[in-house]
Write a protein that binds this ligand. Structure first.
Ligand SMILES: C[S@@+](CC[C@H](N)C(=O)[O-])C[C@H]1O[C@@H](n2cnc3c(N)ncnc32)[C@H](O)[C@@H]1O
Length: 297
């Protein structure tokens, strides 16, 4: 209709790269992250390997399980990565994994994941970073859906009737942490606001190699308010995020669920959006947006 804003999903072109079956991508994060982006990895590979010269730095301002940075660093798609995460518990996990991996692995190996043990850990308020990071890992691996937000519960039955420990795989988790420790000299972490990190990036013309930013903000823009249930830090100034990305001049790739507000912001800043079809467990069609500064896909 004439004069109607051009914000319907159907007007967004479909990405030529399909969402991948997550079983075909190496799982590198020790955290099970709600809203995790393993499905996006083929887009990330295409985006970063298309940059010349190769990005010296990949910034991931909303780290969560940090799957994109881990993949980029381990696959040599970026020289270094800088993660930021505002949640104190998630931050403690990354500080422990990057700086105290041996101690963290030792705790993992010694832990007996009984319901009582997990509940005791939940009630505890550890002061040191390894204990706090370990607590985050255990709660993330044992709670329903990996949800760390207040109010999340332990499953009653668990996967294959194995109870609360059904996703506690000490060997696999330790192996992933060892792999991260091997690359830790190329991964920086800050517990801070992702918006500030973007704001503080030096202008690309002052950097010897390009900087890339992967942005996966907590989803609250679509009115579904899914982020509220999933993360303790779920409010975000979405227009402010778009504004900062526009000002940074850095190459970026951002994912969002579809909403008219997000498509409006994409258009306002002359960014490029593609949609990717995600099938949920009920085989319903769910579209996610992949937004970039330049046309990539
Ligand atoms: C959608 S999740 C990221 C998931 C991640 N891409 C993955 O694949 O695991 C968003 C994360 O941003 C964090 N967060 C929310 N607000 C933030 C802020 N202002 N600055 C930094 N992190 C923030 C949340 O705690 C959550 O861990």
């Amino acid at each position: 209709m004439l004069g109607e804003p051009d914000t319907t999903l159907e007007q967004v072109p479909i990405s030529p790269i399909p969402a991948v079956n997550v079983a075909t991508v190496p799982q590198r994060s020790p955290l099970r992250y709600p809203g995790g982006k393993t499905w996006l990895i083929p887009h990330i590979r295409a985006w970063l390997s298309g940059m010349t010269p190769k990005p010296g730095l990949l910034v991931e301002p909303f780290a969560g399980g940090a799957i994109v940075s881990l993949t980029a660093v381990m696959e040599g798609l970026a020289g270094r990565s800088l993660l930021s995460e505002i949640d104190r518990d998630v931050a403690a996990f990354w500080q422990a994994a990057l700086c105290h991996s041996d101690e963290l692995i030792d705790r993992i190996q010694r832990f007996n994941p009984t319901r009582e043990g997990i509940e005791r850990l939940h009630e505890s308020a550890p002061g040191d970073v390894v204990s706090r990071g370990f607590r985050t890992l255990v709660l993330n691996r044992t709670r329903r859906g990996g949800i760390l937000a207040h109010g999340a519960s332990l499953p009653r039955i668990g996967e294959a009737g194995k109870g609360v420990a059904s996703r506690w795989y000490p060997e696999t988790i330790s192996r992933r942490i060892r792999a991260i420790a091997k690359h830790a000299h190329r991964i920086d972490f800050r517990q801070t606001d992702g918006l500030e990190i973007i704001e503080q990036l030096p202008p690309p013309r002052n950097a010897p190699t390009p900087t890339a930013i992967f942005v996966d903000p907590p989803y609250t823009a679509a009115g579904k308010q899914a982020g509220k249930r999933l993360y303790n830090h779920n409010g975000l100034d979405h227009p402010g995020l778009f504004q900062r990305l526009a000002q940074s001049e850095a190459d970026f790739l951002m994912t969002y669920d579809h909403s008219p507000e997000i498509l409006d912001l994409t258009r306002k800043h002359n960014f490029h959006a593609k949609r990717v079809n995600m099938k949920n467990t009920h085989h319903a069609q769910i579209w996610e947006l992949v937004i970039t500064r330049r046309p990539v896909f």
